[in-house]
Ligand binder design. Structure first.
Ligand code: SAH
Length: 281
């Protein structure tokens, strides 16, 4: 089947590390940052219908129209309650296709961008694995998630990690901002997600002790892919990450596949994510 990705740039831009939408910025930022607001953050507003599956079903229908057609990704997007990962003051915007501030100058990516990243990660997964025939992989897919071990760089609030948790047996996610790592842990626990391990540290180093990974996905980009990511990518594995900025506010989305014979690298569209920074804070 012909895939419709990459999405046109204007459809996916701004859903990443780019400046949050103006409407979101006009809301009280005090609610977004700081431990003192945590109690308020936990109180998910009632009466907005956000707990209803229908609100996510509608979001998924819109994402389908934008070209996301991997049923496994759509099922994860329908399942994970995005409003639990954003500040309660922004919860009523949680199912719009928009990025939202999560504090510390960072944003939760917009659902279409997350969907595109995850779909790219899974695309042709059966044919990439050297060990499993397509038929075997289909049988296995009925009982097991499509991915085994996944590394995510840039946990943020933990939303994408929660989606990955639906698609993988084990997720390791690294966040350089300590307070965000803590918040992501709380959000994931709140959402009853148990197969994500959040590490506070510099994601450029990967997580060698937990690897190799059959998927690596980064929510932060830089010019060069860190060597550690390539070293920790299993044979049959795929890495999806924002690469170099090709023009102002536009990065190429880089896809690297590791085969028994080596790696192949291709570009799969244009995105814009926050920079991959060094060190942890
Ligand atoms: N996937 C996230 C989006 C987070 S935005 C979500 O669903 O909310 C990107 C994140 O990458 C930010 O939280 C930022 O702090 C983090 N980041 C940037 N450089 C990093 C690095 N070197 N290691 C780990 N995290 C990093």
């Amino acid at each position: 089947m012909r895939r419709r990705f990459p999405l046109p740039l204007e459809r996916v831009r701004g859903g990443d590390g780019a400046a949050p939408p103006r409407a979101a910025l006009q809301r009280p930022q005090r609610m977004v940052q700081g431990a003192a607001t945590d109690a308020a953050r936990q109180r998910v507003p009632v009466g907005l219908g956000l707990d209803s599956a229908a609100v996510r079903t509608r979001m998924v229908a819109r994402l389908r129209q934008l070209g996301i057609d991997d049923e496994r990704v759509l099922a994860a997007l329908a399942q994970v309650e995005r409003h639990r990962f954003v500040d309660s003051a922004l919860a009523n915007q949680a199912y719009e296709d928009t990025s939202l501030p999560i504090g510390f100058g960072q944003t939760i990516s917009k659902p279409s961008v997350v969907g595109q990243m995850l779909q790219t990660l899974l695309q042709d997964d059966a044919s990439r694995r050297p060990t499993a025939s397509v038929a075997n992989a289909k049988v296995a897919a009925r009982d097991a998630p499509p991915l085994d071990r996944v590394l995510e760089i840039g946990t943020g609030c933990g939303y994408q990690a929660a989606l990955l948790a639906c698609l993988a047996r084990q997720v390791v996610s690294i966040e350089r901002v300590g307070a965000l790592a803590e918040r992501a842990r709380a959000n994931l626990a709140d959402a009853q997600v148990r197969n994500v391990h959040v590490i506070h540290g510099d994601g450029r180093l990967g997580a060698a002790a937990s690897g190799p990974f059959d998927a690596i996905v980064s929510a932060a980009g830089g010019d060069k892919l860190p060597e550690a990511w390539l070293a920790q990518l299993a044979v049959g594995g795929r890495l999806v990450a924002p690469g170099a900025e090709v023009r102002a506010g536009v990065q190429e989305l880089v896809v690297v596949d590791r085969h028994p014979q080596g790696v192949t690298r291709r570009l799969a569209g244009e995105v814009y994510f926050v920079p991959l920074k060094s060190g942890a804070e």
